[in-house]
Each structure stands twice: as C-alpha cells, then as structure tokens.
Design a protein around this ligand. Structure first.
Ligand SMILES: [Mg+2]
Length: 419
C-alpha cells in the first residue's frame, strides 16, 4: 500500500483548507460543481444536485475546514443532518463525492476501490429522450439513439400528450395548470379515451423500435393512483422496463397498491435521501426498481448501501442522473462497486461531446457503445476540469468560477440534535 500512496500526499496529515464553487447551466440543467482544497495541493470535486443551490454545500464549509477528507464516513455522519430529500440533499452528497475523490487521490486508488472494489468494468447507460407528440416520430428518435449504441431507452408517456384533446382528461378547474399539488389531491382523472390514445402512442413507438431493447417510461402527470392503475394495466401489454414516479415516493401504501395491481415493474427513488427512507417501500415490496440519484440519496457509499439493502428484498437498483460528468462519474464508481445495479441514466446524449469534454483525461465521448468505462485513475478518475468548457457552461447569473468563499469560514452553531 505505502508505495502506491501519492508521493506528493501524506494522507494522515491531509487537511481541508477551502471549498469553492462553480455554478453551471446547460450541463444539462442548473447545477453547482464544488471543489474542496487541501494543505497538500490536491483538490477533490463533487456536484450539488441539479436544481439545487450552492448554499447547500457552502453552509457545510465551516464544519469541514481542518478535517482530514480521507475520513469519508466520519465526515458524512457529521454533515448528513444538513441534507434532506430531493435537492436539499445536494450539498451533503456533493461533499461526499469530493471527499471520495480526495481520498482516492491521496491513496492513489479509484473511488470504486474505496467502496470495496468492482463488479464490472463498464457501466450500462440509459438515455432520456425529449418528447414528440407523434408516436412514430418518437419511435424514430429512439431508433436513432439505438443506432448510436444505446441499449436501454426511456421516454415520457403522460397526460401532457393529452392536452387539448377533448374528453381525454377530467379535472377540477385550474388543476391541469397546477404543478405544485401532489397527485392524490389534484382530482385529475384519465378517461378511457385518454388511455386508448396513450396505448396507441406506445404501440406506434414499439412498432418502430421493436421489443428487444428495454424501454422505461416516466412523467405520467399528476393523476391519482386509481388512474395510474387503469393506465398501467392498459400499458402492461407493451412490456415496458418500468413505470417511473407514477405517484410521489412518500406514499408507500399507494405504491404497494399500484405494484400489486399492474404487471410491469414500478420504480421510484430519485428524490429519496438516505437508505432508511427507502425502507417503507422495500418492506412493503411496493417497488420493483429502486432509482436513487446519488446526488440526493447520500453519495457513493450510502447509495451502495441502498443497492445492497434493495438486493436483500429482491428489488433491483437503477441510478437516476441528470448532471455533469462529475456526478456521472461518481455514479459510475458507485455502479461499479454495487452488485445490485441495472443501468445509469444520462440526459446529455444530444450534446455528448461538449458535455464529456468538461472533464479531462477520459474518452470523449464518455459514453461509447451505450456504456461508460469505469475509470482506473485515482478518485473519481478524471485529471481535472477543462476551464474553457467550464466557462462555456457558466451560469450567466453567477458566472464566477471557484471564487473566494471566506464568508462561509466561521459559522459555528451548536449542531447537536439531542440534549
Ligand atoms: Mg424521473
């Protein structure tokens, strides 16, 4: 071990000295890259969940300064109380990625090795695909993805496709325009006509792409569980890979009802923080596929634990991901190190070259033949960020790249949760 240690680093004396951020837009959404610096000249990178806030990471800075970043689990336990579901976990998870990057660099091992070694050399990716209102056109778009090497696909099939079609939806006034009201409370229902139209849409897609490639479906719209069951039963004939987020993840009893009613795997998890919050779904066998996003679920080590826990219940794990190559590579290391892994999402297929060029030292494009090769370099496996590409993605509202953040150095509240 000793001769593998980075000669420029003395891991036992490594200390965190700074945390800085770069806010991105369009890679593919709005997100924040964080950089954690040390007293030995090595830096680690992580990423705050898309749609989150740099504050979620910066508020942790004072709790991390002076700590040894190689103590990943200890520091994760120190800061995890400042995470919550969905975007609010972004700071804690981004820091965990950066700590895994730093610990890997300090000991000259890939992050997957810190998580126990790898089960695979390549990680299968599935691609999200923008919606076309015409089923045949949608099928053609998916077929182009297949021609580019993708072996697992996802599309949206939801009430959005029924807008403006008479008698396809029933809704109380204003509800179709709402987006902040949870599914059981909107009163929106789908009619038999609406179900027939969506079945015809999926039939047209299947006619073009055939049945050999798994095709998952997402974004059904804010309809109640009863409408989900009726639609799900009608769509079962198309053997889809999974129905994703048909209802909010919090409603474990309704998920159980849904899972028992349809014959297609049902899937949720992209907004769940920490493994214990997957348990209500696992214990009820209320989902067939757990779908954590490691920028919300707790980072690389916690998400491996989620995969292991799901495995004990006979539940598969796929990974949600809609961020830059930094979070994508953190996901790749987690996927490599977790036996229970099916497929990793990617949202940047239509800008793959530029997206891939954000990190240096790895193939461009990063996805080849529908897979990302597990990097063998230390930490997350890339040698640095390409400054020019980073600037091309800079958020015009907060364009500063890794500027000083001293205002976050001295926050010292009493953080203990018990007396
Ligand atoms: Mg989704």
């Amino acid at each position: 071990m000793e001769e593998n240690v980075n000669p420029h680093s003395r891991p036992a004396d490594l200390k965190i000295t700074d945390m800085r951020v770069a806010n991105l837009r369009g890679a593919p959404f709005r997100a924040t890259i964080i950089r954690i610096d040390t007293n030995q000249g090595i830096s680690g990178y992580g990423e705050v969940r898309d749609g989150g806030s740099p504050t979620y990471a910066l508020m942790l800075k004072s709790r991390l300064l002076g700590e040894n970043p190689c103590n990943v689990d200890k520091l994760f336990r120190k800061i995890k109380q400042f995470g919550h579901h969905a975007r609010q976990a972004g700071g804690v998870c981004g820091v965990e990625m950066a700590l895994m990057d730093l610990a890997g660099k300090a000991y000259s091992v890939p992050a997957y090795q810190l998580a126990g070694g790898k089960f695979r050399d390549r990680v299968l990716c599935y691609c999200d695909t923008p919606t076309r209102r015409d089923g045949r056109e949608m099928g053609q778009l998916l077929k182009e993805r297949m021609a580019r090497g993708f072996k697992f696909l996802k599309m949206d099939v939801g009430i959005g496709l029924l807008r403006g079609i008479e008698d396809a939806l029933i809704a109380p006034p204003g509800m179709l325009e709402s987006n902040g009201i949870m599914h059981p409370f909107t009163g929106i229902q789908i009619t038999n006509k609406g179900i027939d139209i969506l079945c015809e849409y999926v039939a047209q897609v299947r006619e073009v792409i055939g049945y050999e490639v798994p095709l998952a479906v997402d974004h059904f719209g804010h309809i109640g569980v009863e409408s989900c069951i009726r639609l799900g039963k009608a769509l079962d004939q198309f053997s889809l890979a999974w129905y994703e987020d048909m209802i909010p993840w919090q409603l474990a009893d309704q998920w159980q009802r849904l899972a028992e009613a349809v014959d297609t795997p049902v899937c949720t998890g992209e907004d769940i923080y920490l493994k214990e919050n997957f348990l209500p779904l696992f214990e009820r066998r209320a989902i067939a596929v757990a779908h954590p996003d490691l920028a919300s679920s707790g980072g690389i080590l916690e998400t491996k634990k989620i995969g292991d826990l799901a495995q004990d219940y006979g539940i598969a794990m796929a990974l949600h991901m809609a961020m830059s190559p930094v979070a994508a590579l953190a996901s790749v290391h987690c996927a490599a190190a977790t036996e229970n892994f099916m497929v990793l999402e990617n949202h940047s297929v239509d800008q793959l070259e530029q997206w891939s060029s954000l990190v240096e030292g790895l193939p461009v494009p990063l996805i080849e033949d529908g897979h990302i090769a597990v990097p063998e370099g230390p930490g997350l496996g890339f040698s640095g960020l390409n400054e020019e590409v980073l600037r091309s993605f800079a958020d015009p509202d907060q364009p500063e790249i890794f500027g000083p953040t001293e205002e976050w150095d001295d926050e010292r509240p009493h953080d203990r949760l018990w007396s």
